[in-house]
Design a protein around this ligand. Sequence first.
Ligand SMILES: [Zn+2]
Length: 243
Amino acid sequence: MCDTAGVLGRDHALSGAFAFAALAPAMHVPAGGDLATGIALAAGAGLLPDIDHPDSSVALSFGFLTNAFSWLVEKISGGHRHGTHAVIGVALFTLGALSAAHYQMLAPRAAFSWPLVPAGLYLALLYSAALRALKIGGHHGDLIGIGGAVLTVYTGSDLLTLTSWHVPMLALATALGCVAHIVGDELTHGGCPLLYPVSGHEFHLLPRPLQITTAKVAETYAIFPLLALALALAVWHATGHRI
Ligand SMILES: [Zn+2]
């Protein structure tokens, strides 16, 4: 299934996961649960920009709720592959994640409290979208996503602070996933209007003859296995092994 006119959803999820895993050693992410959380978050965030399309994995995560939200985003952001595929979109997604993380920090552990709710909902969306795009868990994907989100907000592993700026992992994984998504779409014929709404110019990373036509043979038989291999190598490296 094509995740809208852009790259396939599963490839977006894999590229988000790869971006996080590849940078994990530089961000000093401890191997283990924290690394797994970051990779899962970035996989979900890799699908986030396509929330501007009602047929995308992320828009279908929670039925009509996310579908209606996606319809709204599509209207506000200027249509599919506009605002959410630009610098402004990445900045807003990251700011939203940052706010949810900071609010989550106010929650006392081991009990229900309202500050856990925004981050919990956001995490459930990311996990469920990633599972849906990667076709993991089948009909139970959403439940697994919700369970994973509850576990993560209670352990607080999404709040692990990274880089010298002490950015919570939730925000950093969001930014990396979104950037990986846009890079992916920029390899296709469509390109992305990075400066939207100032300019509608579509940026590409490849000259026209090399641009990828989505959902075709190359994407199925070359890009998916390559991304899976790159992710496996990045995880191998991030867990302290030599390549
Ligand atoms: Zn896209």
